[in-house]
Design a protein around this ligand. Structure first.
Ligand SMILES: NC(=O)c1ccc[n+]([C@@H]2O[C@H](COP(=O)([O-])OP(=O)(O)OC[C@H]3O[C@@H](n4cnc5c(N)ncnc54)[C@H](OP(=O)(O)O)[C@@H]3O)[C@@H](O)[C@H]2O)c1
Length: 230
């Protein structure tokens, strides 16, 4: 039964598409993103459908994470935490020898440290059988040239997810790779290139909903390999 879900990075791209679909399924929603106006636009769209709250801020900011936890306490129990907010790092993507290690530190902070810190902050408000879904990438396992910073961060997120699953057998913990999607992040990865052949995030969302409904055992899930049941 849907309860309340937290989705980080819900103002556009996959996070927004998932928020819209979960609202239709009856989930209450707690949404974040840094750009308040964009987040408010999503909330305005959804508030006639479900209970929805915006907590604008940066997942890497400890005060914002405390604000999220405070809001979570109000709507608990949280049945679903989707750590979706992420950064690609610099664009164009640098080869490792040219990469600025300060950029790497920022990528790790947003893509690895923040999902763990949010899990820790939200943990007391999760339902007993909650789903934690950490959004990963094929770049976590494939050594694409230029993708070293982002890919290493997603590989670390995969490992955190796997350990989290072992430490919390009562939960479902997924590292979910949504596959390529036509979003701002993907365009930044391929600046100036035509990405119109990539699927929209709305096309992967039914597969994610199916995972949420079916609750397979914890693990790494590659969404493009799943069949969508609508
Ligand atoms: N697109 C792809 O092809 C692809 C492929 C594999 C995996 N993924 C993964 O899928 C997820 C969604 O990606 P997407 O393509 O939908 O990205 P996107 O279109 O760039 O959207 C990212 C969302 O996250 C928010 N965000 C970014 N940094 C944030 C921060 N520090 N704190 C809070 N919110 C933040 C953005 O809003 P603000 O900028 O206003 O904060 C926006 O709402 C990511 O985890 C990504 O790594 C994407």
């Amino acid at each position: 039964m849907p309860t309340a879900a937290i989705i980080t990075g819900a103002s556009r791209g996959l996070g927004r598409a998932l928020a819209i679909a979960l609202a239709d399924e009856g989930w209450d929603l707690l949404l974040d993103a840094r750009t308040e106006t964009d987040l408010d636009a999503v909330v305005s769209r959804l508030k006639t459908v479900t209970n929805v709250w915006a907590v604008p801020g940066d997942v890497a900011d400890p005060q914002h994470r405390r604000d999220l936890a405070e809001a979570a306490a109000e709507v608990a129990p949280i049945g679903l935490l989707v750590n979706n907010a992420s950064t690609l790092g610099p664009s164009p993507l640098p080869r490792l020898e040219d990469a600025d290690v300060a950029d790497f530190a920022e990528v790790l902070s947003v893509n690895v440290v923040s999902p763990l810190a949010i899990f820790q902050a939200i943990r007391p408000h999760l339902s007993l059988d909650a789903i934690v879904m950490n959004i990963t990438s094929d770049a976590a396992v494939e050594p694409y040239e230029g993708w070293g910073l982002y890919g290493a961060s997603k590989a670390a997120l995969d490992h955190l997810s796997a350990v989290m699953a072992v430490e919390h057998p009562e939960l479902r913990v997924y590292a979910l790779d949504p596959g390529d999607m036509r979003t701002d992040m993907h365009q930044r990865a391929f600046p100036g290139e035509d990405i119109s052949d990539r699927p929209l995030p709305e096309e992967v969302v039914p597969k994610i909903l199916e995972v949420i409904r079916r609750r397979p055992p914890s693990g790494r899930i590659i969404a493009p390999q799943l069949k969508a049941v609508s």
